[in-house]
Design a protein around this ligand. Structure first.
Ligand code: PLP
Length: 471
């Protein structure tokens, strides 16, 4: 298949993509990508784009690295696959497990390899059941998560997910033992509450849920340190730490879902402890672990949990795992990825350039449609609204985020649309000039979309001059 049109047609005919929206896919198909170098992508028509989404929050070191290609090729030559079940190991997986134990906070020293983020969350879910049963607390099984949280696409991970747009009626979910608290999004807090009051109300809500269910029934709390696809929501100051304090006080395991936030996205190997002062019991990670070069995830957990599950019954074994757990080629890629992040000081770079990215994106607030600009460092988002004062959003059917991202794409910039949001998570190599490019092109796309909306009658014509300057 060489012809662009043929590929585009075959894609529509045969590949059902994740989150396919059947009607628009049938009409518009997909952007067919064919090549990448660093943050730059080329489509099958040779158009080029700056990928401000980093694939899907994952191409942290940038694509097309020769030394990564060499590492992967060499590992394929050496040992392309190894059975991971108990009586066999392989060197890259062992080395990676040891490295992750060094990088993870506190006593998180145990590593269970998975195939990606959802299977890491699913494994955490099963590990929690296993742990509670092993310690003789079979009734302690309820899970608490948040509305707006995203945790993946297996049955358990999607049941823990609290994004209303993803939990659609045609699928079924576990509902009797999984509960969702409010989303810690201050932009959508009740009218008149300051941030501290909002935070207090969220912690109080958790306390009430514990009182209602009983601490002896609650096994774990799942939380992304910064909510990602739920809208890049940085919770109010001290929220994460206070929720963790409640977990500790009530013997509830704290699961930090760091599938997005780990491996440099916000300037740390893991965000939970360094950025928020939370020492979790379990961390789930994937994505930036290999920078998307190969699929890999991991469920990291504490020595305390390992101690409980590994003692007491000499016949016991952890009957869970995957053919591709600890895949040697994926683990070799992860080791090389970590080496590159260390050698190129990418964490420090994200702290420095990330401050500039935040500052420059904030200038978009002057534009029509832009209700909120939020996030941290290389994990940012613009929320588009119909009315900046009331924060009213456009109907979902207008797909405003997609409207803007289509305009941006025409101008050589990929930003991710999520209903009325535009989300960015660029490779950690982004420099100051690229920040300027992203902000300028996104600003122009927003202005163009605003003009389109006026022209098509979705918005009244502005009375004064529209803020046109993008500083
Ligand atoms: N957890 C979080 C926070 C995520 O953002 C994602 C994916 O975006 C997942 C879990 C699921 O990861 P995967 O798509 O690799 O299964």
């Amino acid at each position: 298949m060489t012809n662009h049109k043929q590929i585009w047609e075959a894609d529509k005919r045969h590949w059902m993509h994740p989150w396919t929206h059947f009607e628009s896919f049938q009409q518009e198909g997909s952007l067919i990508l064919s090549r990448a170098r660093g943050s730059r992508l080329w489509d099958s028509n040779a158009n080029s784009y700056f990928d401000a989404v980093g694939g899907l929050w994952c191409t942290n070191i940038g694509l097309g690295r020769e030394e990564m290609a060499e590492t992967i090729a060499e590992q394929v030559r050496q040992l392309a696959y190894a059975n991971p079940f108990v009586d066999m190991a392989n060197e890259p997986a062992v080395a990676l497990a040891e490295k992750l134990a060094q990088l993870a906070p506190g006593d998180i020293n145990r590593v269970f390899f998975t195939c990606g983020g959802s299977t890491a969350v699913d494994t955490a879910f099963r590990l929690i059941h296993f742990y509670q049963n092993c310690r003789g607390m079979p009734h302690k099984k309820h899970i608490i998560a948040r509305r707006g949280g995203y945790h993946g696409s297996t049955y358990a991970a999607m049941s823990i997910t609290g994004k209303s747009g993803d939990r659609i009626a045609e699928f079924d979910y576990i509902s009797d033992t999984i509960h969702h608290l409010s989303c810690p999004n201050y932009y959508r807090a009740p009218e008149g509450m300051d941030e501290q009051q909002f935070c207090d109300s969220l912690v109080e809500e958790f306390q009430q849920k514990i009182d209602q269910l009983g601490a002896d029934k609650i096994a774990a709390f799942f939380a992304e340190p910064i909510l990602g696809s739920g809208g890049v929501i940085v919770p109010p100051a001290d929220y994460n730490r206070r929720m963790w304090e409640l977990c500790k006080a009530n013997d509830i395991l704290y699961v930090a879902d760091e599938v997005v936030t780990a491996f440099g996205r916000v300037g740390h190997w893991f965000a939970c402890e360094e950025m928020f002062g939370v020492q979790p019991d379990i961390i789930t990670c994937a994505k930036g672990l290999t920078s998307g070069y190969l699929p890999l995830g991991a469920t990291l957990f504490s020595d305390r949990i390992y101690e409980v599950i590994s003692s007491g019954d000499s016949d016991r074994y952890f009957a869970s795992g995957f053919t591709y757990s600890g895949h040697p080629v994926a683990c070799a890629a992860a080791l090389k990825n970590i080496e590159i992040i260390e050698r190129e000081n990418l964490l420090q770079r994200v702290v420095k350039v990330g401050a500039y990215f935040e500052e420059r994106l904030q200038t978009l607030r002057e534009l029509p449609l832009v209700g909120d600009v939020r996030g941290k460092r290389f994990m940012m988002c613009v929320e588009n609204v119909r009315d900046k004062n009331t924060r009213e959003v456009f109907p979902d059917s207008l797909n405003i985020g997609k409207w803007i991202s289509d305009r941006a794409e025409e101008a050589g910039l990929i930003v991710r649309p999520i209903v009325h949001l535009n989300v960015m998570s660029p490779p950690l190599t982004m420099d100051y000039q690229e920040v300027d490019f992203v902000v300028e092109r996104l600003g122009q796309a927003i202005l163009q979309t605003h003009s389109d909306l006026v022209a098509e009658g979705h918005l009244p014509a502005p009375s004064g001059a529209v803020a046109g300057a993008i500083s």
